[in-house]
Ligand binder design. Sequence first.
Ligand code: DC
Length: 241
Amino acid sequence: VAQMTDETRKRPLVAIDGPAGAGKGAVSALLAERFGFTLIETGAIYRAVALVAMREGLAPTDERVIADRARRLAIAFRWEGRQNRVSIAGEDVTVALRDEKVGKAASRVAALPTVRRALLEIQRRLGRAGGAIAEGRDIGTVVFPDADVKFYLTADERERARRRMLQLRESNVVADEEEILATIQARDRADRERAVAPLKVAPGAIVVDSTAMTLEDVVEAMAREISRQSNRTESAAAPED
Ligand code: DC
């Protein structure tokens, strides 16, 4: 697959990777809103494939069938009421995608190389022009190795379990912290140990440990880095205008 260069980008492309529950979702949304960038939630793309596979009764081990379905996935992102809404073939699936069962199934389909290849093209098309925040597990390592700014956002697993629980409670889902911790540990293991595009710190990525930081502090620290890089990207692009 051809590597992309950033010579046509006037606004930066930001890559954010990290484990489940580190705050990538909330941080990415706030950063996208602040800079007026597109938000590419790549986890939602994997979740959407998992949801469709579950609904259509596709065997989670049938790689070819799931990859075919992934290629035909009519997924769309749209901002509404300060939220990034996700739809598949016109149906709003934002809430359905958050289900832990769907997350677990997403981790499974995400381990299939052919599925990853099918989704790679979709992700690159969305981020190519820059002015975007792309968040996931392999953005800085595989999808956009030439991103202008790369972050690896992490937090202690117990803290991540606590945050996920509060988040679920907010949507009126009763959740047990120990159970969530076990789910997070299992998902981390699956995401880090898979053969294709495992979760790891990309070369050149800035590691942000959010365990003892507030959401605001994390956003401020990351926004400063993006602004610094924005100035550089703009002055580099200017002579060509
Ligand atoms: O971030 P999330 O929990 O919505 O992601 C769901 C699953 O998708 C996660 O277990 C790993 C997988 N994923 C991936 O493999 N690569 C990405 N770029 C994003 C998500």
